[in-house]
Design a protein around this ligand. Structure first.
Ligand code: NDP
Length: 593
């Protein structure tokens, strides 16, 4: 069955040997080219995120929310003055907040407030409304709470509008709109030991109070721009992919018929956008620094027959099946490893990965007519060094006469003139310039100033390395939970991770309420245990350093050993959560009064 073929080959490079393989020199040569291409990129820019900047200063206009229906005026909230507070406050209103809130409601928690920068819930799916927006994870697994919502997605890979509508439906079903505050950004989250409450201030002058706070502000929530000289000089129209200006393009891009478009960046967002630009714009110049890997997209409409067959709890069953497959895979890997050295295991895995990448190269050669363009579109790095992409129209788009690839061969665009991006002495004249330059990767809930017990700032605590239990709790920050951050397991399907974390957070809050305690804080020992677990599972291979720079490897920056994901595997992460929940008193200090 074609279903989930895509996920399988993304995730699975077992240490199997294939008969009839080319000689090892073939693989070594390709690996050498991978290294050369990485070094070219690192040679052009310092490792790390310095070559990116926020949408601020002269470029602040790009941060405007084009989707909000105006600016909703309201009086600032002053919980302390009114003697109010809420049980649980979520910073951010995306999947994390929605799925955790549902669990909290199931456990009887009544006062839940979402504070959200956008004008609605949805997070990623509120902001990313560009043409072609869709998710690369199978919808039946990606959309949260399908059992609870009694909903079967309309396609194997859901498109953005359907996912956004699903978020709104969840918020309605669980009455999350009642206390929600939109168009509001949290600026500070301060622990008050006297009242044992969190005080939350915002850019709208609010002072809110909450017993529990959940940092649910997403992993890739803050759009970023490349640092390019002369950006503010550009005289045409411009926007970031997460702030699509449909007033300019028209709802179906019909206003682009006479418009020359330039797009900077070729990551997962650009890959979905470019085919649509190719169809509608007068001309499209694609400014590429590093090509994405583009594989087949097996998509189809959900049949009524299949949907009708899904009985009660069908999504939970799928999820359980995925976890048990991951357990089997881990066992099989253990067996395969038996009798071969670590080096041999890595060699086999890398060779399998290279086979996969060469299949992706062949697909390009088979699809793109112009050989120079085909060659420029070939990614020279191991799969999973960057987010793999899946699209059936992206590569053929480069056969259109109106679409032009400007391959900067790893350098990137470094200058923009009044008329457009400049590369190699040529100024490419465009009317619309789209920044598809991605998002800052969140370092565990630090987008606002978070100050815990003893006036300790979370950022300062993390100065010498992130410290958490399970990526969720950090000592000295009682009654606070972090979702989707570092030191948690990494999942290609982020919802799997968020659901596990959301369930755990709801269990913790329920436990505290049932026990009648006021605060819970992770013990220093438990936090130290987890930091060491994270370290123990990192740095076993040099893979991160060998990868071309991208957000998966901190843009090529050598990294502190604990500032990443927990790499012990998702089943082990789930087991650790269960163990912690079974022995709450061993991991947390609970206080009353
Ligand atoms: P990315 O960070 O993946 O891509 C940014 C792009 O901008 C890269 O191609 C980068 O090149 C390029 N770039 C940066 N600076 C310059 C420059 N000066 N000149 C030329 N190019 C430049 O952001 P995306 O928004 O594309 O994707 C972010 C993430 O969001 C994805 O990885 C994925 O996790 C998620 N997503 C998922 C989708 C899905 O499910 N299909 C769709 C869209 C997004 P370089 O590679 O050299 O750094």
């Amino acid at each position: 069955m074609a279903e989930e073929k895509q996920d399988k080959f993304v995730m699975n490079f077992e240490a199997t040997e294939r008969p009839g393989r080319p000689p090892q020199e073939y693989y070594d040569e390709i690996k050498a080219k991978f290294a050369e291409q990485r070094d070219v990129r690192l040679g052009y820019r310092p490792p790390g995120t310095d070559n990116y900047r926020d949408l601020d200063g002269a470029m602040a206009y790009l941060a405007r929310d084009p989707y909000a229906d105006g600016w909703a005026e309201r009086e600032p909230i002053d919980d302390a003055a009114n003697g109010d507070d809420v049980d649980v406050l979520f910073i951010g209103g995306g999947f994390s907040a929605l799925l955790t809130s549902a669990r909290l409601r199931e456990k009887g928690v009544e006062s839940i407030r979402i504070v959200e920068r956008g004008a609605d819930v949805g997070g990623t799916w509120y902001w990313n409304r560009y043409p072609g927006v869709a998710c690369d994870v199978v919808a039946y697994d990606y959309l949260p709470l399908l059992d609870e919502m009694n909903y079967v997605p309309s396609r194997h890979y859901a498109q953005g509008p359907e996912i956004f509508a699903h978020c709104q439906a969840i918020a309605k079903k669980y009455d999350l709109y009642d206390l929600a505050v939109f168009q509001t950004t949290v600026t500070e989250t301060l622990w008050d030991g006297e009242t044992q409450r969190w005080n939350i201030t915002t850019d709208r002058g609010d002072t809110m109070r909450a017993k529990f706070v959940v940092c649910a502000n997403g992993t890739l929530a803050k759009p970023r721009l490349a640092r390019i000289d002369g950006m503010a000089r550009f005289q045409g129209h411009s926007f970031h992919t997460s702030r699509w200006d449909y007033d300019f393009t028209g709802p179906d891009l019909e206003q682009l018929a006479d418009v020359r478009v330039g797009i900077i960046g070729t990551g997962a967002s650009a890959v979905q956008i470019i085919p649509n630009l190719g169809k509608h714009a007068k001309s499209v110049h694609v400014f590429q620094r590093t090509p994405s890997s583009i594989d087949i997209r097996d998509d189809w409409e959900t049949s009524d027959e299949w949907a009708a067959k899904q009985g009660n709890g069908w999504q939970a069953k799928r999820r359980a099946k995925i976890v048990s497959k991951l357990r089997e895979q881990a066992d099989r890997k253990g067996q395969l490893r038996h009798g071969i050295t670590r080096e041999e295991k890595i060699r086999r895995q890398e060779n399998n990965n290279i086979d996969q990448m060469m299949r992706i190269h062949k697909r390009i050669d088979d699809t793109v007519d112009d050989q120079a363009t085909a060659d420029a579109l070939k990614p020279w790095y191991m799969l999973m060094c960057k987010r793999p992409c899946f699209h059936n129209d992206y590569l053929p788009t480069f056969n259109r006469p109106n679409v032009h690839l400007v391959d900067t061969q790893g350098q990137g665009i470094t200058e923009i003139g009044e008329r457009g991006p400049i590369f190699d002495g040529v100024e490419y004249e465009v009317d619309l310039l789209i920044y598809a330059t991605g998002f800052e990767v969140q370092q565990t809930g630090i987008y606002n100033r978070i100050v815990g017990e003893g006036d300790v700032d979370l950022n300062e605590k993390y100065d010498s390395g992130i410290r958490t239990l399970l990526g969720i709790h950090s000592a000295g920050f009682p009654n606070m939970f972090i979702m989707g951050g570092y030191q948690a397991s990494f999942q290609f399907n982020l919802t799997d991770l968020l659901q596990v974390q959301g369930d755990h957070i709801a269990n913790c809050i329920s436990h505290a309420r049932t026990a009648g305690v006021d605060t819970m804080d992770v013990t220093a020992d438990s936090e130290e245990w987890w930091v060491q677990e994270v370290i123990a599972h990192r740095g076993k291979t040099t893979r991160n350093q060998e990868c071309t720079p991208g957000y998966y490897n901190f843009e090529g920056q050598e990294n502190r050993r604990q500032d990443g994901n927990y790499n012990g595997g998702f089943p082990a992460y789930i087991d650790h959560i269960a163990d912690v929940e079974a022995e709450m008193d061993a991991h947390f200090v609970f206080t009353t009064g």
